[in-house]
Design a protein around this ligand. Structure first.
Ligand code: SIN
Ligand code: FE2
Length: 209
């Protein structure tokens, strides 16, 4: 793992090439049993029930889910009712390297994007511990990532997240609006059949002091 950060803006750190190809393959292999155990599900928007274009799963003691009742973290899969599988050691190592001062992550969201999936501009704000960063790793097809400021209307900048890249939102940018505008289908050979996997690690509960 290569720790070379590019500061996009205060609190927005980009780590291009964080995982080399061998590490990307190893992480892909670790994601496989997670989605075998906790199958990808299609979240729905609060209230309207409109389906997301991405498929999701989670690992860790808590997982992020969304349906008509709202966004929330819960300890079990919304369809199987089973606890989420554990966060693989490789991901915990990545967090420890990128965010050495943060308490351990409790949730790892697994997003799967096919060629036409996207994610609208949003804030990650369902966590109680906002002093801890959000750290995300990308595998497979590249994506056009868009990130702005603390208000939806703040101007955004966009750049391409490639397989193996890591991103961190912390401190002044912990609540920055961000999203995925598009997937560059066929840009990576990592995932058989194509697509992009994004693994997003978060601390959810407050650490007592
Ligand atoms: C997210 O914001 O949950 C995902 C971002 C990404 O796919 O890179
Ligand atoms: Fe997010």
């Amino acid at each position: 793992m290569l720790l070379a950060a590019v500061a996009i803006a205060p609190g927005i750190d980009y780590f291009p090439g964080f995982l080399d190809r061998a590490a990307q393959e190893a992480l892909r292999e670790e994601a496989q049993p997670i989605v075998a155990d906790a199958p990808l599900f299609r979240p729905r928007m609060p209230r309207t029930g409109r389906p997301f274009t991405v498929l999701m799963s989670n690992c860790g003691p808590l997982g992020w889910v969304s349906d008509e009742s709202g966004y929330r973290y819960q300890p079990t899969h919304p369809e199987t009712g089973n606890p989420w599988p554990a966060i693989p050691a490789r991901l915990l190592d990545a967090w420890a390297l990128i965010a050495p001062d943060a308490p351990p992550p409790e949730a790892c969201l697994v997003n799967f994007y096919d060629a036409v999936a996207r994610m609208g501009l949003h804030q990650d704000r369902d966590e109680k511990e906002l002093t801890a960063p959000v750290v995300s790793l990308s595998l497979g097809d590249a994506a056009l990532f868009r990130v702005g400021g603390l208000a939806r209307a703040t101007p955004t900048r966009s750049f391409r997240l490639e397989s193996g890249d890591a991103m961190m939102l912390r401190g002044p940018a912990r609540l920055a609006f961000h999203g995925i505008d598009r997937i560059f289908a066929g840009s990576s050979s990592l995932i058989a059949g194509g697509g992009r996997i994004n693994l997003t690690l978060r601390r959810v509960t407050r650490t007592s002091v």
